[in-house]
Design a protein around this ligand. Structure first.
Ligand code: GDP
Length: 371
C-alpha cells in the first residue's frame, strides 16, 4: 500500500489540513480501527462513483473502497538538512513515503505569523526544495563513498558486478550535478531505463512525485477566482517540478466543514480531487471484484499484469493464477440492477484473459486459481 506525506514549512496549514482529512467522512474509515493508526497517520477513503454503481448493480452487502495512507510530516524548516537532530528525522520521514503533498501558504492573516516574515509562496517552495536537494546531495556523497570502498575490495566480484558499480557511480555523479545546479534529480535530464532503475533504488527526496497544495484564504477559495493568484506558483512548478499538479485548497474551510457535518463531503470540498490527483501522480489505478457479498476496489500500479493484480488480494493468487474473467466497466456503466450475468455472457461481454493481460483502470475481474 503506497503512502504519501504532507510536507511544508511551519504555520502554512499542514495540521489544519491533516485534521480536516481525518475528521471528514473520507478519513479513517470504520474498518480501520483508530487504535491501529498512529496520530500522524490518516487513512482516507478514495472516492469512487464507479464503486457506488457496482454496489448497487450487484446488490452487494458491503462496499469496500480503496484507502490512501497520508502522513503528517511536521515542521520542515530552513536548515533542516544540516540539523543532526530533528531536521534529519523529518527528512527520514519524507524518505519513507512514496509521494509528497507540499502545502504552500497563500493565505494572508496578520494573526498567523509566517516563519519567514511574509507571504511569498515561491520563496517557500524554494526553501523546501533546497532542503530536499541538500539532503539528496548528502545521500549521494555517502553512496559514492560506499561504492568506492566496495570497489577497492574486488574479491568475490564478477566483472559484471564491477561494471554495474561503475555505472552506478557515474549515474550518481550525474544526479549530483543536477542537484548542484539547483534541479531535482529527475528534472531536465534524459535518464535511460537503467539509470532510472539505479536512481529509484536510492529513494531520493527530490525524485518523489509531488502534488502541490496552495492553501488559499477561505474567501478566495469560495469565490472560485483563485486560479489568478496561483500564477507565480504555476511558473515555479513548471520550471522545477514540471507535470506536477497544483490544487487550491482552503485548509480552514475544509476543517470547518468537517466539523460542521462529518457525515457528508461538501460539494466544493477539494479533498476528493486531492486524493485522486495523488493516486494519478503515483500511477495508481483500480480494478474491482464484485458480487452479492461485497464489491471491492483494489489498487494496483499502472501496467500490472493479471497474476500480479490477483496477488494484491492474496499473495498465493499470483502463483496459482490460471486465468480471469473480465467485464469492462463501460459495458455495465448503464445497466440497472439486478445484475444478469447470462445476458452479459450471451452478448460476449465477459472476456477470458490470461497471464499476459495488463489490467486496466475500472476492470471488473473474477480470478480462477489452481489453489
Ligand atoms: P502547520 O504548522 O503547517 O501545521 O500549520 P497549522 O495547521 O498548525 O496552522 C497554523 C495556523 O494557521 C493555525 O493557527 C491555523 O488556524 C491557521 N491557519 C491554517 N490554515 C489557515 C487558512 O487557510 N486561513 C487562515 N486564516 N488561517 C489558517
Amino acid at each position: 500500500n503506497l503512502t504519501s506525506g504532507i510536507v511544508g514549512l511551519a504555520n502554512v496549514g499542514k495540521s489544519t489540513f491533516f485534521q480536516a482529512i481525518t475528521r471528514s467522512k473520507l478519513g479513517n474509515p470504520a474498518n480501520y480501527p483508530f487504535a491501529t493508526i498512529k496520530p500522524e497517520e490518516a487513512r482516507v477513503i478514495v472516492p469512487n462513483p464507479k464503486l457506488d454503481h457496482l454496489v448497487d448493480l450487484y446488490n452487494s452487502d458491503k462496499r469496500v473502497p480503496s484507502i490512501l495512507k497520508i502522513f503528517d510530516i511536521a515542521g520542515l524548516v530552513r536548515g533542516a538538512s544540516d540539523n543532526k537532530g530533528l531536521g534529519n528525522a523529518f527528512l527520514a520521514d519524507i524518505r519513507a513515503v512514496d509521494g509528497i503533498f507540499q502545502v504552500v501558504r497563500a493565505f494572508e492573516d496578520p494573526e498567523i505569523t509566517h516563519i519567514e516574515g511574509s507571504i511569498d509562496p515561491v520563496r517557500d517552495l524554494t526553501i523546501v526544495q533546497d532542503e530536499l536537494l541538500l539532503k539528496d546531495m548528502e545521500f549521494i556523497e555517502n553512496a559514492i563513498e560506499r561504492l568506492h570502498k566496495q570497489l577497492k575490495n574486488r574479491g568475490g566480484k564478477t566483472p559484471q558486478d564491477i561494471a554495474d558499480m561503475g555505472e552506478e557511480i557515474r549515474t550518481l555523479e550525474q544526479a549530483y550535478d543536477n542537484l548542484i545546479g539547483g534541479q531535482r534529480i529527475m528534472n531536465k535530464t534524459d535518464w535511460d531505463d537503467d539509470q532510472i532503475d539505479i536512481l529509484s533504488k536510492h529513494h531520493f527526496l527530490s525524485a518523489k512525485p509531488s502534488v502541490f497544495l496552495a492553501n488559499v484564504s477561505e474567501e478566495s477559495f469560495l469565490s472560485g477566482k483563485v486560479k489568478d493568484s496561483l500564477g507565480s506558483i504555476r511558473q515555479w512548478v513548471d520550471e522545477y517540478a514540471p507535470g506536477s499538479s497544483i490544487i487550491p485548497v482552503s485548509a480552514s474551510y475544509e476543517s470547518k466543514m468537517a466539523d460542521k457535518n462529518p457525515e457528508s463531503i461538501p460539494k466544493n470540498s477539494a479533498l476528493p480531487q486531492i486524493i485522486q490527483k495523488m493516486r494519478e501522480t503515483l500511477d495508481l489505478i483500480s480494478y474491482f471484484t464484485c458480487g452479492p457479498i461485497e464489491s471491492r476496489q483494489w489498487t494496483i500500479r499502472k501496467n500490472t499484469l493479471c497474476p500480479q493484480a490477483a496477488g494484491v488480494i492474496h499473495t498465493d493468487f499470483e502463483t496459482t493464477f490460471i486465468n480471469a474473467e473480465l467485464i469492462k466497466y463501460e459495458d455495465v456503466a448503464n445497466l440497472k440492477p439486478p445484475f444478469d450475468e447470462k445476458i452479459l455472457r450471451s452478448k460476449g461481454k465477459i472476456h477470458r484473459v490470461g497471464k499476459n493481460y495488463i489490467v486496466q483502470d475500472g476492470d471488473i475481474l473474477t480470478f480462477h486459481s489452481a489453489a
